[in-house]
Design a protein around this ligand. Structure first.
Ligand code: ADP
Ligand code: MG
Length: 256
């Protein structure tokens, strides 16, 4: 299961309102895109779901469970950032393994002695290496495992970022403009790859983009956000044929 529920999220930075009552129900396995002009609050919404930012009012639930007291690492979500946020000094293999190492570290920190002398520590490392290799294989990164991010193309870096998100097998993927740093041809190719990934993993995807054609071609539903409000969320053809608001028609480019 991987349902996501947002209940009337409000968020301001200082006196500037960024989210003004965003409510949303996302079904398990659904691919939902959020589109809207730059600065409308898309990234802030994703960061609140991931727990990287805290709302002023409202609630986030994942699988019906309130995330109010759940730390980011303990949430069953993984985020892919626009900038990829890879560690430049680490190999691809190490970059992908970070979420698994962090999870182990948390246990070790909680139980310092047991953690340090854990008899199964070697086996745990072998299990991590196995998981990393399996994800790398799925994304055709195996030949690149020894390289550093600086030695990769933009598309390869993007794939490493996706691999790092996948390795924990989260129920919910949050993607913040993951293709915006790629050239046009690669962007179209990666759309297909992300859709294939979605079909294979059957996870829930919340996909943020300012590219409406990306959203319209990839999604079960598209939500249009303007000035911190989700003004309509519907299947792509409904948004196109029957926009509720002139701002949606303008943004989507539909006939009226
Ligand atoms: P989007 O992803 O749709 O481009 P963001 O969610 O990044 O929009 O930002 C929405 C607004 O909130 C912007 O005006 C941005 O400048 C502001 N903002 C975002 N993060 C912060 C922050 N940490 N501190 C202050 N203002 C912020
Ligand atoms: Mg953004």
């Amino acid at each position: 299961m991987g349902t996501v529920t947002l209940r009337a999220l409000h968020k301001s930075f200082g006196s500037v309102p960024v989210l003004s009552g965003v409510s949303l129900d996302i079904a398990d396995g659904e691919f939902v895109s959020i589109v809207g002009p730059s600065g409308c609050g898309k990234s802030t919404m994703l960061r609140i779901i991931a727990g990287l930012e805290v709302q002023d009012e409202g609630a986030v639930e994942i699988d019906g469970r309130s995330m109010a007291y759940v730390r980011p690492k303990a949430r069953d979500v993984a985020m892919v950032f626009q900038s990829y946020a890879l560690y430049p000094h680490m190999s691809v293999e190490r970059n992908i393994s970070v979420p698994l190492l962090m999870r182990r570290l948390t246990t070790a920190q909680r139980l310092p002695l047991i953690g340090r002398f854990l008899p199964g520590a070697r086996a745990v490392s072998a299990a991590i290496a196995q998981d990393v290799r399996s994800v790398a294989g799925a994304l055709e990164l195996t030949p690149l495992l020894g390289r550093k991010p600086g030695q990769l193309s933009g598309g390869q870096r993007q794939r490493v970022a996706v691999a790092r998100a996948m390795v924990r097998r989260p129920k919910v993927f949050l993607m913040d403009e993951p293709l915006s740093n790629l050239d046009a041809k690669l962007r179209v190719q990666m759309r297909t790859e992300i859709k294939e990934l979605h079909a294979k993993l059957r996870a829930t995807f919340v996909y943020v983009t300012h590219d409406q054609s990306e959203a319209m071609t990839m999604s079960d539903r598209v939500g249009v956000m303007i000035d911190g409000e989700l003004i309509q969320i519907a299947a792509p053809h409904v948004l196109y044929d029957d926009p509720e608001d002139i701002r949606i028609a303008t943004f989507i480019g539909s006939p009226r």
